[in-house]
Design a protein around this ligand. Structure first.
Ligand SMILES: Nc1nc2c(c(=O)[nH]1)N[C@H]1C(S)=C(S)[C@@H](COP(=O)(O)O)O[C@H]1N2
Ligand SMILES: [Mo]
Length: 323
């Protein structure tokens, strides 16, 4: 028999309490203990049919050519794991949202680009894809809950979208917003969340070469549960910054308040850069459990991407950069 002795730095995942525990507490405080039953009912009513799935019009674009600059120091996560262990609160607070997420209509999908730009743009996803330089990159992904994966994204640099948007000199932040459609996304019927999901980056972060918009995954169009038809990927930050199923890019002067930041600022801040030495208020961030291998490995500063991004934070030492 193989007996595994846990080393000091290893923690069982249940000690790395997910976002949900905080919400359960909040629900009780709000006196809404009956709401989970209501949510369960809503999910039954909106359960989607797989049968009417049509082929994604962007299927022919993948696999995109791999960019040899962005490779991994560890084995790829199995596709079956990366596409079935998800955080997508619009479809429920468990990791098991694959079936629920299939209800999301992803065509037509209009993307609005507005705020401090020379001219507002509204463009359909397939027209946008024609204008963007598609490539594949292998990136690590580190969730704030201390699980991680290593996966092939396809898509384009966020910097290409910023160039396309032509922001004015007054733009200081890029604010991104997820779709809002409570009829297909039962999680959005839960009133104590600050829907729609929002995230933000500074302009310097948004134009850093690592910041990526994923439209494909494992050489195919990105599955709905992973954020179809387009989602952000910022691999040096905790996963909650990588907002899914985006409908709006707004260039703004004020720092946007993210979904998790609005819920609990002390635990999920604006910067949220990965740092093994700065614990989450409720658990250590020193190690992470890799999907597929189930191995617990040390977490790296900036999730291993310090060479690309450390300079972004020079002069910002007074900010809470790592939580
Ligand atoms: N709109 C939206 N985006 C989201 C989330 C979410 O609940 N809703 N969860 C975030 C979190 S916490 C993580 S870890 C990643 C998970 O991405 P994955 O399911 O593709 O692994 O998506 C992020 N983007
Ligand atoms: Mo996460």
């Amino acid at each position: 028999m193989h007996v595994r002795v846990r080393r000091g730095w290893e923690i069982p995942e249940r000690e790395a309490t997910p976002e949900e525990v905080f919400l359960r507490r909040r629900r009780l405080i709000a006196g809404l203990a009956a709401a989970p039953a209501l949510l369960a009912g809503a999910r039954l009513l909106t359960r989607p049919a797989f049968a009417d799935a049509v082929e994604d019009p962007s299927a022919g674009l993948y696999p995109a050519t791999q960019n040899p600059k962005y490779l991994l120091d560890r084995p790829l996560t199995a596709e079956a794991d990366a596409t079935s262990w998800n955080n997508f609160y619009e479809f429920g607070s468990s990791k098991d949202v694959v079936e629920e997420a299939q209800a999301l209509p992803i065509r037509p999908w209009m993307v609005k680009i507005d705020g401090l730009v020379e001219q507002e743009i509204e463009i359909g996803i397939d027209d946008l894809l024609k204008q963007m330089p598609l490539e594949e990159r292998l990136y690590r992904h580190r969730c704030v809950e201390a699980w991680s994966m290593a996966v092939p994204w396809s898509g384009f640099p966020l910097a290409s979208l910023v160039a396309f948007a032509r922001p004015t000199g007054d733009a200081r932040y890029l604010k991104m917003t997820t779709f809002m459609n409570p009829e297909v996304a039962p999680g959005q019927q839960v009133i104590w969340y600050p829907w729609p999901y929002v995230e933000g980056l500074t302009m310097a972060e948004a134009t850093n070469e690592l910041a990526f918009i994923a439209t494909g995954f494992y050489g195919k169009p990105i599955p709905k549960q992973n954020g179809a038809p387009l989602r952000l990927v910022v691999p040096w930050k905790y996963g909650f910054k990588s907002i899914k199923s985006i409908v709006q890019f707004s260039f703004v002067a004020e720092r946007p308040v993210g979904f998790w930041e609005a819920l609990q600022e002390s635990e999920y801040g604006f910067w949220a850069n990965v740092n093994p030495e700065v614990p989450h208020p409720r658990w250590s961030q020193a190690t992470e459990r890799q999907l597929t291998t189930d191995e617990r490995v040390p977490t790296l500063l900036f999730n291993g991407y310090a060479d690309y991004v450390a300079d972004l934070y020079k002069g910002l030492e007074n900010e809470r950069l790592y939580a």
